[in-house]
Design a protein around this ligand. Sequence first.
Ligand code: NAD
Length: 271
Amino acid sequence: MAEAANTRDLAGRVALVTGGDSGIGAAITRELAGRGAHVVINWHSEEGPAEALAREVARGGAEALAVGGDVSDEDDANRLVAETVARFGRIDILVANAGIQIDAPALELEAKDWRKVLDVNLTGQFLVAKAAARQFVEQGVNENRRSAGVIVCMSSVHDVVPWAGHVNYAAAKGGVDMLMKTLAQELGRHRIRVVGIAPGAIKTDINREAWSDEERASQLRELIPYGRIGEVEDVAKPVAWLCSDEADYVTGTTLYVDGGMTLYPGFIGNG
Ligand code: NAD
């Protein structure tokens, strides 16, 4: 279980977390709220978990709102930001976290499943980032904040590590890297920061079959020099730091939170 946040460095900030009701997104929701932020929890297919998380967060003193929407739909992406502003008067932080996997060997992957993963994992990030950034530009830099807004793009080690059997996912995450860097370059003059976070293997529903039985978990650990599979809080805490003013000079770069998965673990035995 997560340790409670020990800082209120996001007090009064307003955050939107896409896919904020599950897995890594839910941990980010809890962490941002624990640091004092009001959080809009975007859900996609089931309202109940987002509503329950909103109530949990509210018990801890933060305000939260659950809002349904599909990030790959432009109207929904715009509405998520509009509902955030309608409720809290502004938005300071977007965590573009929503993502899916539809896995198949490349030679069998259907075009519709290629498109679906690109739509959600890449186009969806662009659409919510665009909607949030337009609002950041309109708001400008508030006197209590160092930037006009922060966008965190949820990437993966598979933005640099090729992944056989997951070509749609790897291509989307590779795209997220250039989406993030180009937005950071273009929006910096508005004092908008855009950063990436690239988890390695983190225990959530998206990859349950890779860690839920001991044999598969042990194979997975072979890929992780630090020797353990990640927990959602391992990602949520660095995300919260990236969102804070402590990270005000960090933009256009990705933080890898992967226990060393990107360190070519196959070479540990000298190759
Ligand atoms: P998860 O399945 O628990 O969460 C995915 C979330 O995305 C869910 O809340 C789901 O409702 C939401 N979502 C799916 N389609 C959506 C849509 N069209 N519109 C809005 N929301 C939608 O899995 P997770 O592991 O927490 O994944 C979260 C993010 O982390 C994803 O972007 C994933 O690629 C990334 N990631 C996960 C791992 C890992 O090991 N778990 C590693 C690297 C990156």
